[in-house]
Design a protein around this ligand. Structure first.
Ligand code: SAH
Length: 556
């Protein structure tokens, strides 16, 4: 819950705007300000104070405990111009809240946490449990002092300015070790614990068995990624509760699947009960890895621990048609998550300022698609966090398919959708895609023209709205007129046609014309051409395809 506190009329007005936008996330604290701040600090996980920072500092100073548990606090000035992240920037969520509040109020977020200001990934924001002297190691990173990375477990991290050796260290480990001086431990989710149990096993018995196994093997419970078992035990209360207590998901597999996993210690009891000679070991090993703790038993439960093979991460990121505000927040986050960026040089230029310092950029020129795809997958296989970028949507006539054709199940793949050219152009033209539509690329570099022509003909016969990508280039003139000719066999010469060049880019232009009047010479590779169906109309200069509801049909 976000507590809202204000003192003045202007503050109350801004407060009410937040409360109206986030009715379920916020609570207004009325009454004397000092008392309201204290109550909110005790009851909420975040605060927005429409008060001077000085006043808030004085009120909160005696209440401050620990930065891992104190609420995050954001202050908004009387003029509503700034949302200042005052306390709990990372752990308390104040930095993010400052951005959100600023967005609602039209204010400027003010974030002074050093790592955020210089674009470094905060060690406590990597999404991994962290232990040790975060403050000292972060300061060393910021001051450019040598910080060494000791990765015992491969894990795809964002770029960190690390040196081969240093007085400070970041150790990536799932071992149950205590952090050394001037060291930060990052806990990758590298361990899978397989469990089996008889019906009615208690939560305490499962937990004791799992924790004992980890302890004896010298492994950290904070690196446990999941509990795994057989489908038949998916609802076993003791196992479900143990997973919850460990804060990890419970993953289950079919007995036949587990029966196929080679294990060192099969036995007859589970074979008779659930149909596989091994539950704990087989479930832990199902996705591969190294068996660190072979099956061990208590009265009613079994468990085994496996270290999963390190997996790299490939994010396939669509950048949108050009304008920065059509790049999604998720795409932006993935760009900052990556330590390696792969893309066409002109797209890299579009987003270079968003990358964290230290990101390795592998850019190449037009035409090197296969090579880019291979490079991106190879870098992910090495265990890196890779972002492969494309304009518009990276899955539409772009890099996603060649990359995924190369990728095996040994890397994680994340797709981030982008606004594709047909949609960007549609929004400029009006509502051309209001009914069924297709996209067709007129590039016959990789697709034989006969195939393209067959699809254009099918779209013409099916009366689909058609958006042509790659409509015309220096070497390809005749394809567009030919395709338009095929559509014209089924559509009136007056059918609206929208031509959009460089949608959302600085030199954007668009034209609404007709099948009969379109001059193909005005079309190039930066353009998409959208041809209406037989119902599409030009209305007030906009291209509109009716949705075909009966109530919208013109009277016969
Ligand atoms: N992945 C891209 C498409 C790549 S194919 C996307 O989803 O948009 C390249 C073709 O896309 C270009 O020849 C052009 O037809 C079209 N295109 C891409 N961006 C465009 C833009 N901003 N304005 C107009 N057309 C664009």
């Amino acid at each position: 819950m976000i507590g809202l506190i204000s003192a003045t009329a202007a503050g109350a007005a801004a407060r009410d705007r937040l409360a109206a936008v986030w009715p379920d996330r916020t609570r207004v604290y009325d009454g004397p300000v000092a008392d309201a701040v204290r109550r909110a600090f005790a009851e909420c996980d975040r605060l927005v104070c429409f008060l001077a920072t000085g006043a808030v500092v004085r009120l909160l100073a005696p209440l401050l405990g620990d930065k891992t548990s104190d609420p995050g606090v954001v202050c908004v000035d009387e003029g509503g111009r700034y949302a200042v992240s005052l306390l709990g920037g990372h752990a308390g969520g104040a930095n993010r809240l400052a951005h959100e509040v600023a967005e609602v109020l039209g204010a400027e977020p003010v974030v002074t946490t050093a790592t955020d200001s210089v674009g470094l990934a905060g060690l406590d924001t990597l999404g991994l449990p962290v232990e040790g002297d975060v403050a000292a190691v972060s300061r060393a990173l910021l001051d450019g002092e040598p910080v060494a990375l000791e990765a015992e477990v491969r894990w795809p991290l964002p770029p960190l300015p690390v040196a081969p050796q240093g007085a400070y260290t970041i150790r990536v480990t799932d071992r149950a070790v205590a952090p050394a001086e001037r060291q930060v431990l990052l806990r990758p989710p590298s361990l899978v614990v397989g469990v089996g149990a008889s019906r009615g096993v208690s939560e305490d018995e499962v937990l004791a068995l799992v924790e004992g196994a980890l302890r004896e093997a010298g492994l950290s419970a904070r690196s446990v990624a999941e509990l795994a078992t057989v489908d038949a035990k998916a609802g076993e209360p003791g196992i479900v509760a143990a997973a919850e207590r460990l804060g990890v998901p419970l993953v289950t597999y079919a007995a036949e699947e587990l029966a196929r996993v080679a294990v060192p210690n099969p036995s007859d009891a589970p074979l008779a009960a659930v149909g596989t000679p091994s539950v704990a070991e087989a479930a832990a090993l199902r996705r591969g890895g190294e068996l660190l703790v072979p099956k061990r038993k208590s009265a009613m439960a079994t468990c085994a621990v496996v270290r999963r093979p390190g997996r790299g991460r490939l994010a396939v990121v669509g950048l949108g048609p050009g304008a920065r505000d059509l790049l999604t927040p998720r795409a932006r986050a993935e760009l900052r998550r990556a330590s390696v960026l792969v893309g066409l040089d002109q797209y890299v230029d579009q987003i270079r300022d968003l990358l964290r310092p230290g990101t390795r950029v592998l850019e190449s020129g037009l035409g090197a698609e296969e090579e880019r795809a291979r490079t991106a997958v190879a870098e992910a296989r090495k265990g890196h966090a890779v972002a492969l970028i494309g304009s518009g949507d990276a899955g539409v006539y772009a890099m996603a398919s060649p990359a995924l054709a190369e990728a095996g199940d040994d890397i994680d793949v994340v797709g981030v959708p982008g606004v594709t050219a047909a949609l960007a152009a549609g929004a400029i033209l009006g509502a051309p895609l209001g009914h069924d539509h297709v996209s067709i690329s007129l590039s016959d570099l990789h697709t034989p023209w006969e195939v393209i022509e067959r699809r254009v003909r099918a779209a013409a016969e099916a009366d689909l709205v058609v958006t042509f990508y790659n409509p015309r280039s220096r070497g390809r003139h005749w394809q567009l007129p030919k395709a338009l000719g095929i559509l014209a066999e089924h559509r009136a010469p007056t059918t609206p046609v929208g031509v959009v060049r460089n949608a959302s880019r600085p030199d954007e232009s668009s034209r609404l014309t007709t099948l009969a009047e379109l001059d193909p010479a005005t079309v190039d590779m930066m353009t998409v051409v959208t041809v209406g169906n037989t119902a599409t109309r030009a209305i007030a200069g906009r291209m509109v395809t009716p949705r075909g509801y009966r109530w919208q049909e013109e009277p016969k």
